[in-house]
Design a protein around this ligand. Structure first.
Ligand code: GLN
Ligand code: ZN
Length: 765
């Protein structure tokens, strides 16, 4: 019997972000559609070849996308919202990228986090009028493309039920419309797609139904049963893998999954799903395949092969040798691409790691071992065992003083002594701000020139003096611009930062850095998460120099700008050898030192971004309260030591705060700025419903993810909507998020409009 190995999905960006550069150059009009298609085809073919060379039996196709795989599904179904002016026919780049990014006249569709990852998908907007029709042949095209290259792949589709569960009702029908009522309408399109794949020779198909790991009620679970019964005849003759991932699958959902008609294989995440194994052991349907996700798709640690192997061996007797397939816990989309390109990591740390390319090798090594060919891989397995042992005992990982300090935090409260309204009064005396104060979220556009300066400094091509001079000049420019725009609370623009997490990680101990460890965040945007491998501490101040320099350039308040512990944690590759909260407390203590040093240096307003607090929320309800408790506690620890007159801001990205609003209040920040404008002011509804918010709050007044420039009227309109539900003396006026991805010709008029709107409204209050 051959090796039984499967990869659930693979990063699209390429080992050196080739797709990013191709996309951006196409969007800028610097290259043609053909250029973009060529780069993309090359990436796909090299991925297929690599997986096939590694011996992978089940190789995915259609996991590539020009923007987002959920948007691909929207295109496949022809579910284009009418405002994009699509008139039918195969959906091309124009309509596709308009939905993704907006265009000159229409804003982009809403984007939101993909489960608890840092990947964002474009949320389908569906109403009763949508006329679904097969409108993007991408899946079949990719299948054929691979086949022409000699690789028979498993086409991957977002499953029909998850697609609907991830959608939102279109405008106007929010309250009344049941998305699942559309099942009958989308299944015919799925049937067409599947039939076509079958006719083209596909023998397997993978349907991703990750929503099965959520807490679904029986009505939703029933939708799965109905959908697959309806698809059964179309699926017959195919092997059908339903892939789940990101958490334990609840017992009820497991029962539903394993009873689905037409389905022959189940993909389960055995890394996050620690209890899932028990479900499988208790009962697994005869004759079905188990795709056992033992290699972590969410992290960069080398697999503990001997432990995985014993898990797999324990499954063999339940599932049957010929029905057990070694797999990844989820798509490898959420990990870095290839360790081979890491020239700056030392060999010891490298030996602890595996990126996507290495995980493909691990999956195949495990599959070969299961097939009785472990002897051929003796060296591979013993090197892996040695690396596992060295990581456990390394002094680079363990710092006793830090462990002690963090352990002391558990269980205690940590809260500023004075309540928020008294603090705000004390701060206002010092800051003397107008009503509806204006501010921005931190970063200003990062020009090509700026990136060059940072790159050359890093590569030691320019001296420290030259670097400092250039960055200071940039700060000066940004400060002058903000004064000219008459913004009230200034920022220094973050020109010295590549990334809001990497910047801090680089200066903290216990972090390692990659050169090319990029992970897609949304569209062409990637992040390069630091790797937290050891106990965290702060050897010296990290931002005080730049913040003081910036403050010295203006008499207006300058915000110190930090990234909070929860965000650093959630946007890093985190240790898997201790609980997440322990790592978080360690980071909180390091940021606390920084906050206090900023205060000492005369910075009166300090923003501690917790952009990613919401996205770390565990998927399963039973685990959420505990997470929120330690996450919010970690945030409070950072500013427990400041005076009442020091104003602590925080900032959060994306919507869906409503369910955690009480935790947000419990963060006890003085001011919070929240991304808001792309989710139809969903945020405001929580205040409309009576939740009291006594601290300052700035729901973003325009979307910075789109190049579109808002008008003064439009912004004033938004502020008025906010004033209808929030007290005028707590409202701040700011964009949705940092401006770093925008260009100055967009940023200047947008901020001008923002300040004009705030000023106009002030006279009316
Ligand atoms: N201060 C950061 C910036 O403006 C915040 C970014 C974020 O929330 N993602 O870039
Ligand atoms: Zn943000």
């Amino acid at each position: 019997m051959g090796t039984q190995s499967h990869i659930a999905g693979y990063p699209r960006m390429g080992p050196k972000r080739e797709l990013k550069f191709a996309l951006e150059s196409f969007w800028d009009g610097k290259s043609s559609a053909e250029d973009l298609q060529k780069v993309s085809a090359d990436l796909r073919s090299s991925i297929w070849k690599q997986m096939s060379d590694a011996g992978t039996k089940y190789i995915p196709s259609n996991t590539f996308t020009y923007y987002d795989h959920v948007l691909d599904t929207t295109a496949m179904l022809g579910a284009v919202p009418p405002r994009y002016g699509w008139n039918g026919g195969e959906i091309g780049f124009d309509v596709f990228f308009s939905m993704a990014r907006g265009n000159a006249s229409v804003p982009a569709m809403e984007m939101t986090k993909w489960f608890d990852t840092n990947y964002h998908f474009i949320v389908p907007e569906l109403g009763p009028e949508v006329n679904f029709s097969y409108s993007s042949h991408k899946a079949i095209n990719e299948y054929k493309e691979a086949k022409a290259l000699g690789v028979d792949t498993v086409p991957v589709l977002v499953g029909p039920v998850s697609y609907l569960l991830l959608s939102k009702p279109a405008k106007g029908v929010e309250k009344t419309f049941s998305l699942l009522s559309l099942l009958d309408k989308i299944l015919p399109v799925y049937k067409e797609v599947i039939s076509e794949l079958k006719a083209a020779g596909a023998s397997w198909i993978q349907l991703d139904e990750p929503t099965l790991v959520m807490d679904l009620d029986s009505h939703k679970l029933k939708a799965f049963t109905e959908a697959y019964s309806e698809l059964e005849s179309t699926l017959s003759g195919l092997n059908v893998l339903v892939e789940t991932y990101f958490a334990d699958i609840p017992a009820e959902a497991f029962k539903t999954l394993t009873s689905l008609k037409g389905v022959t294989a189940y993909g389960l995440d055995l890394v996050r799903g620690t209890k899932t194994l028990d479900l499988v052991k208790a009962e697994f349907p005869k004759g079905k395949y188990l795709f056992a996700g033992v290699v972590d798709g969410r992290n960069i640690w080398a697999n503990d092969l001997s432990s995985s192997l014993s898990t797999l061996e324990s499954l063999e007797s339940i599932v049957g040798k010929d029905k057990l397939v070694v797999s990844t816990s989820c798509s490898l989309l959420h990990t870095a691409v290839d360790l081979v390109n890491e020239t700056k990591l030392d060999d010891e740390i490298k030996s602890w790691l595996a990126f996507a390319a290495q995980k493909v090798v691990e999956v195949n090594a495990l599959a070969k071992a299961l097939a009785g060919k472990k002897d051929e891989l003796q060296q591979f397995f013993s090197a892996n065992a040695a690396a596992q042992a060295s990581r456990k005992s390394s002094p680079r990982v363990n710092n006793e003083a830090v462990q002690k300090a963090a352990a002391g935090l558990k269980g205690s409260e940590h809260r500023r002594a004075t309540n928020v309204s008294a603090r705000l009064d004390a701060q206002q005396k010092k800051l003397n701000l107008p009503i509806l104060p204006t501010t921005t979220i931190g970063s200003f556009p990062q020009t090509v020139e700026l990136r060059r300066v940072r790159r050359e400094y890093k590569a030691k091509k320019i001296s420290e003096e030259e670097y400092i001079k250039a960055i200071k000049e940039e700060i000066k420019k940004v400060v002058e611009l903000q004064e000219e725009l008459d913004i009230d609370v200034l920022v220094h623009g973050e020109p010295e930062r590549n990334d809001m997490v990497e910047y801090f990680g680089e200066q903290l101990s216990g972090f390692a850095f990659t050169v090319n460890g990029w992970v897609q965040s949304y569209g062409s945007r990637c992040v390069k998460p630091p790797i937290i491998y050891g106990d965290v501490s702060r050897p010296k101040p990290m931002t005080v120099y730049w913040s003081s320099a910036a403050q010295s350039m203006t008499s207006r308040p300058m915000k110190g700008m930090l990234t909070g512990p929860v965000t650093i944690l959630n946007w890093s590759f985190v240790r898997n050898d201790q609980p997440r909260f322990e790592t978080c407390y360690q980071i909180a203590l390091a940021i606390k030192d920084e906050v206090e040093d900023l205060e000492k240096a005369g910075i009166n307003v300090i923003q501690i971004d917790e952009a990613a607090l919401r996205e770390g929320l565990p998927l399963r309800k039973s685990e959420q309260a505990f997470y929120l408790e330690w996450a919010v506690h970690s945030f409070r620890i950072t500013n427990i030591g400041v005076q009442d007159t020091t104003q602590i801001h925080t900032h959060m990205c994306y919507s869906n705060f409503n369910d955690i609003i009480h935790s947000i209040i419990d963060m006890d920040a003085d001011v919070i700025t929240i991304e808001n404008s792309r989710s139809d002011e969903k945020l405001l509804s929580v205040f409309r419903e009576g939740v009291k918010y006594g601290a300052g709050i700035g729901p973003g007044v325009y979307d910075i993810h789109s190049p579109r420039i808002p008008s003064t009227e439009e912004i004033a309109d938004r502020i008025n909507k906010m004033l209808a539900v929030l007290e005028k003396n707590i409202l701040w006026v700011n964009p949705d998020c940092g401006l770093k991805t925008r260009k100055y010709p967009e940023v200047k008029p947008a901020l001008q409009a923002m300040v004009a709107a705030a000023k106009a409204l002030r006279t009316q209050l």
